[in-house]
Design a protein around this ligand. Structure first.
Ligand SMILES: *Cc1c(COP(=O)(O)O)cnc(C)c1O
Length: 413
């Protein structure tokens, strides 16, 4: 049986443990919500002060060139690319995940409907809502006979992807359950039926190894404010591989994607390469923070992060099942490593109230309908002792029924 001493021993041997010191986390908090908003790298404060005081305040408009503001989406994209199996010139950090998904879907539909007449988007009912909503908006407003087919389980994909499927749009790691798709096999399945595949990496980038080029993905988008620690609302990313860049055309044809933005021409001509995925002027202060999270990631490897992530999630599952065995908790996250992201979700009939009680005692996770308590594990700043302590607090809350089933519904985000 694992003890707290065992956990402390594992922390002492953990090669990633020193990285925790690069984050500012409040005392008395065990932060298990880095899957929703990553913790703040210490350098972000210094960087923000520099961008605001020096680049904006003193250098003013000259900073578009002298501070590299124009190139920032591409420069950060090149730094992010190795974490997801992309190449230089295949990623830009820009806009939001929702907006990038709109561009990627529209581009994929255009590539398909021009050549093959295919017009159906296949996705999951259990997808993060904005992904479905953006597809709905696109099919409604770019009214070209596009439609959406929702599946209820990954098992349905082989039967549902067919001759009318233009694009399969899936989230690699499910936000609610932590289920992880086999990217290579699923991409191959789509291709075998003549469809393209767009992956949402919101819960993957910086959390699990991703190899977009090797796994045959077509397009991808994702967040920087979750496991990449870019800051609240930090710009997202979009990946367009070299093989698709010439055919990639998207409807948000703003001047940042123009071949000659300062020619001020009255018509749009997309630039070559990944730049055509850009739209307009970027939130530079927020964008600059993304680099601070990437700096930490580049001090280790996705393999090391993954190994610790699986160790942390295995430990959490083991301890909850052993120490809270008398309570009605049910694991919804896959036990199989290959199918598990970097989170663990348990249902409890009073999940909302229990999570509110956990947060009141400094264990910050979150809650998702229906009845799901979600715990994110970020190997850069979560220790094995944190896992032990979080489970002990959970056990204590459950044993003493120290939660309020009438908890107000704004205690948990
Ligand atoms: C977090 C998340 C988003 C967030 O999109 P925003 O545009 O940043 O609000 C989108 N899709 C998935 C799958 C997510 O997990």
């Amino acid at each position: 049986m694992t003890t707290r001493t065992h956990c402390l021993e594992r922390d002492a041997q953990d090669a990633l443990a020193p990285l925790r010191d690069q984050f500012d986390l409040p005392a008395g908090v065990i932060y298990l919500d880095g899957n929703s908003l990553g913790a703040r790298p210490k350098t972000a404060l210094v960087r923000a002060q520099h961008v605001i005081a020096q680049e904006w305040g003193y250098d003013l408009i000259r900073s578009w060139n002298s501070a590299g503001w124009f190139d920032l989406p591409k420069r950060l994209g090149d730094r992010l690319a190795p974490l997801i199996g992309g190449l230089d010139g295949e990623v830009v950090v820009t806009d939001t995940t929702s907006v990038n998904l709109f561009k990627a879907l529209a581009a994929a539909l255009h590539m398909q409907s021009v050549e093959t007449g295919r017009r159906v988007i296949v996705t999951e009912r259990a997808n993060f809502p904005t992904d479905i909503y953006m597809a709905e908006g696109l099919t409604k407003w770019l009214d070209r006979g596009y439609s959406i087919k929702l599946i209820d389980s990954p098992d349905e994909l082989p039967a549902v992807i067919g001759a009318d499927t233009a694009v399969v749009m899936l989230t690699h790691v499910n936000y609610r359950t932590g289920y992880q798709y086999d990217m290579q096999a699923t991409s191959a399945l789509a291709h075998a039926a003549g469809a393209l595949i767009v992956w949402d990496l919101a819960h993957s980038a910086g959390a699990v190894p991703v190899d977009l080029n090797a796994d045959g993905a077509d397009l991808a988008v994702g967040c920087t404010y979750k496991y990449l620690n870019g800051g609240p609302g930090a710009p997202a990313f979009i990946w367009v591989p070299k093989k698709h860049q010439a055919a990639f055309q998207q409807p948000l044809s703003g001047w940042w994607g123009h071949a000659a933005p300062f020619a001020m021409a009255p018509h749009y001509t997309p630039t070559d390469g990944i730049g055509r995925a850009l739209c307009g002027t970027q939130p530079i202060v927020s964008l600059a923070m993304v680099e601070c999270g990437l700096d930490v990631h580049h001090q280790t490897s996705m393999a090391a992060i993954r190994a610790k992530s699986l160790a942390l999630t295995d430990l959490f599952i083991e301890l909850v099942e052993a120490r809270c065995a008398s309570h009605p908790l049910a694991l919804v996250t896959p036990r199989e490593h290959a199918r598990r992201g970097s989170q663990v979700s348990f249902t409890h009939p009073h999940g909302y109230a229990v999570m509110a009680a956990l947060i009141a005692r400094g264990v910050i996770g979150d809650y998702r309908e229906p009845a799901i308590m979600r715990f994110g594990f970020t190997p850069l700043y979560t220790s094995y002792a944190d896992v032990w302590d979080a489970v002990e607090i959970l056990r204590d809350i459950l044993d003493r029924q120290d939660y309020n089933v009438d908890a107000k519904r704004d205690a948990v985000t």
